[in-house]
Design a protein. Structure first.
Ligand code: TYD
Length: 137
């Protein structure tokens, strides 16, 4: 997705099941996302001031959720930049392929949950920003 831009990334409001004993959000492969979830991973215990990400993917879609706490997602398509704050476990940022991203400003105890469209594949990564800019041209 070389042509994607930061405005193709959108917030998705997920279902919320309120309960006096605690709320719950369910994500299923039922068409709610534009892909089937093949992999789940989560970041936690990120030291204050650290940033994660700093790469782009060629094919991978991801839904990024602040399962706990908050953090910022910096989106960059080589032309436009956008910062999205995630701080609600029932909202997810849909990240389309071909977007450079960085995650920072993690609050203490935050958990970044990622629902990904493919299994891990290092060949899908672009890890150098210069290489990313060339890829987008
Ligand atoms: P990476 O995606 O580079 O993390 P971040 O961009 O948040 O710093 O992943 C860090 C390391 O973990 C890297 O060596 C690849 C490995 N990794 C896996 O083996 N499987 C996975 O599903 C993920 C996301 C990463």
């Amino acid at each position: 997705m070389k042509e994607s831009n930061v405005y193709d990334c959108s917030m998705i409001e997920m279902d919320r099941r309120f309960h006096e004993k605690g709320n719950m959000t369910v994500v299923e492969n039922n068409g709610a996302l534009p892909y089937e979830v093949k992999r789940v991973y989560y970041l936690y215990d990120v030291p204050g001031g650290e940033s994660r990400g700093g790469h782009a993917h060629k094919e991978l879609y991801q839904l990024i959720v602040a399962a706990s706490g908050s953090f910022n997602v910096l989106l960059d398509d080589g032309v436009n930049k956008r910062t999205v704050t995630l701080n609600r476990p029932h909202q997810g940022l849909l990240l389309v392929p071909g977007i450079w991203r960085e995650l920072n400003d993690f609050s203490s105890g935050s958990v970044c949950l990622v629902l990904a469209s493919h299994e891990y594949d290092e060949d899908d990564y672009i890890r150098e920003y210069e290489e990313y800019l060339k890829y987008k041209k």
